[in-house]
Design a binder for this molecule. Sequence first.
Ligand SMILES: [Zn+2]
Length: 345
Amino acid sequence: MNKEFLYTLLDSMSVSGHEIPLQKKVIAEMTPHCDKILTDYTGNVVCVLNPDAPFKVLLAAHIDEIGLIVTHIQPDGLLRVAKSGGIFPGTYPGHQVAVHGCAGTVYGAVVRSKDMDKADLKVDELYIDIGAKDAADARKYVQEGDPAHLNTYHQEMLNGFLSARGVDDRGCAFIILEALKRAKELGCKIGVYAATTVGEETTGRGSYWVGSNIRPDVAVITDVTYASDYPGMDPKASGEVKLGSGGAICNCSIANQKLNDLLKAVAKENGIPYQMESYTGRTYTDADNLHVTGTGVVTALLSLPLRYMHCPSEVCHMDDIENSIELLARFLCRIDENTDLDPFH
Ligand SMILES: [Zn+2]
């Protein structure tokens, strides 16, 4: 596995709305491996294999991570912030943050006092101390709108487990980009469009732009999902999903059942482990938007099992990443314009 690229994705800043620096790293990594790279004015990157092929499969994973945006600089130099995506404010007090300002990255600590010791702490109760003497001093480095994130980075754990900030969804961005490389190696002939989308955690705009511009025949979205293998999780909610047991194919109303069946068949034929999960209604992933672009897109959702979603240290398993790459690559070599995905047949 190309761990170096995985860790670059996981350790870089890509707070929702501020994805371009990481997208440039995606372009640099992928340029030698694909035939064409498309970008658009909202910030998406689409790596293309076989651009002249008439049958197009889109793989999509969002490149943005949750974090904070500076909203106000107080006269005393403390920063006030708003959420960029679904953070848990209670996980911030007492922790280091990195603020990406006009003069580069500055580091801060999130103020912690006794009255912040409550489960329902709100983001507008957070203060960031960057060591500034006053507002004028702070403004040399930071301005309103600058992004910030917890200053946590990847760590390998025991037995193939991996902890990092924003595995959601940079871990899946790695999966789709490596799947394109692997599909090429396997001689894939169809058009493969691997899109790292922007803004999923806040507006969902990236997936709409990508779906509308590419007009794929089929889309497979990859995002993280709640594992059920840690305290407080209930397998009754959406199924038993364990880390290390493979990617989870999602049974949901927007998934094309024949596409799901094909993914399962490809997994079985190649001895790749997989799991099933079930959701009703919205999936709260890019799949919701992509599915309804153009005249509608035949969609499946492949999920990476995750513990502690939207927390400073999300945990996934290396085997699930590797198995999902192989599953998608083999799937891309198996599907083409002759594949019957009509649910009425
Ligand atoms: Zn996500």
